[in-house]
Design a protein around this ligand. Structure first.
Ligand code: PEP
Ligand code: MN
Length: 357
């Protein structure tokens, strides 16, 4: 249930309500709006008598939360959530662009592509080190060595980083290297991992499962938020349908639907949702027009040689063109794409000859 405090409720009145919630065996979550504080009493609310809260000074009214997900619902937090990952703002009027290769493959590849995506306007850097591959014989990622390279590329370009975590026992290690943890489509309902991601208090990029409903995605986010980790981005990445012309079907509807049901920022992955670089820019533009708060895009300097997802990876020049187009669309819908920080020239990055295995 939601306990809506009066506009002029005093801090000690809020504290008294929180104490009572906790005594009742529930968890109290505060949503500090521009005007007033809303306190979510989460848990089995049947055990707490709702009316008793109306007696507390400073309480305006009590409202049940009608949705099965609570903390990520708009009812709990009517205003859009915004937060920062290092110096990059997520949510709000700006569009955040995350770009980089599907997989970290080598130092030269990673440093070169990090520089290129930054130059083209990306705000954050992606790169998988632990890869969820359909085949056990496919490239599984470089593991910790890949995390080191991603972190180095992030440091040298000033771009905050994101990489996938596949198992609970990887959370601590991966969080020590990266600024945001990605939970991939295949793990969206790995509940132990969702709990661990929540406990980590690290920002989380949560991708929609390829066969998951919007409600299931929001329930997955709820696991993370239930640990009071509110820095969660929801990511639409295409769902399975009868259509075989593309790898997945971009559920563009999910963007306005998620934005209306939840206060969390919503981004789109046009790379996995199409599976083909030729469609990536068009779908990226559509996402921003539909209200997405950002994009996560796969970019590779030599897609034909990529160890994973080359067919859906943009070359840097095409990615730069996509950013220009997205910037125009953003302005048309009252948003903007911030300039990437001052780009570092490639000559400033030491790129020793890399001996490939
Ligand atoms: C990825 O981002 O490379 C990835 C594996 O994504 P998804 O989980 O959406 O398939
Ligand atoms: Mn990929």
């Amino acid at each position: 249930m939601l306990i809506i405090m009066k506009v002029d409720a005093a801090p000690q009145e809020i504290a008294a309500v929180v104490e009572r919630i906790e005594i009742s065996g529930l968890k109290a979550h505060l949503s500090q709006g521009k005007e007033r504080t809303i306190i979510g009493a989460i848990g089995d609310t049947r055990i707490a008598r709702q009316e008793s809260f109306t007696q507390f000074p400073g309480v305006d009214r009590i409202m049940p939360i009608s949705r099965p997900y609570k903390l990520c619902s708009r009812e709990f937090c009517p205003e859009d959530s915004t937060f920062k990952v290092q110096n990059v703002a997520i949510g709000g009027p700006q569009i955040t662009i995350i770009a980089g290769p599907c997989s970290v493959e080598s130092r030269s590849q990673m440093l070169e592509i990090a520089h290129a995506v930054k130059e083209a306007g990306a705000h954050m850097l992606r790169g998988g080190a632990f890869k969820p591959r359909t085949s056990p014989y496919a490239f599984q990622g470089m593991g910790e060595a890949g995390l080191e390279l991603l972190a180095e590329a992030g440091r040298l370009t000033g771009l905050p980083t994101v990489t996938e975590v596949m198992a609970t026992d990887q959370v601590e290690l991966i969080a020590s290297y990266t600024d945001m943890l990605q939970i991939g489509a295949r793990n969206m309902q790995n509940f132990a991992l969702l709990h661990a991601a929540g406990e980590s208090q690290h920002p989380i990029l949560l991708k929609r499962g390829m066969s998951a409903t919007i409600e299931e995605l929001l329930m997955a986010a709820e696991y993370i938020l239930s640990h009071n980790n509110r820095r969660v981005i929801l990511c639409e990445r295409g769902i399975r349908t009868f259509e075989t012309a593309t790898r997945n079907t971009t559920d563009i509807n999910a963007i306005p639907v998620l934005k209306s049901l939840s206060h969390l920022p919503v981004i789109l992955d046009p790379s996995h949702s199409t599976g083909n670089w030729q469609y990536v820019s068009a779908v990226a533009r559509a996402a921003v027009a539909a209200g997405a708060d950002g994009l996560i895009v796969e970019v590779h300097q030599a897609p034909e040689q990529a160890l994973s997802d080359g067919g859906q990876s943009l070359k840097p020049e095409r990615f730069a063109a996509m950013v220009r187009q997205v910037r125009a669309i953003a302005e048309a819908v009252g948003r903007f794409v911030p300039a990437s920080n001052q780009a570092i020239s490639l000559s400033e990055i030491s790129l020793p000859a890399v001996v490939e295995a």
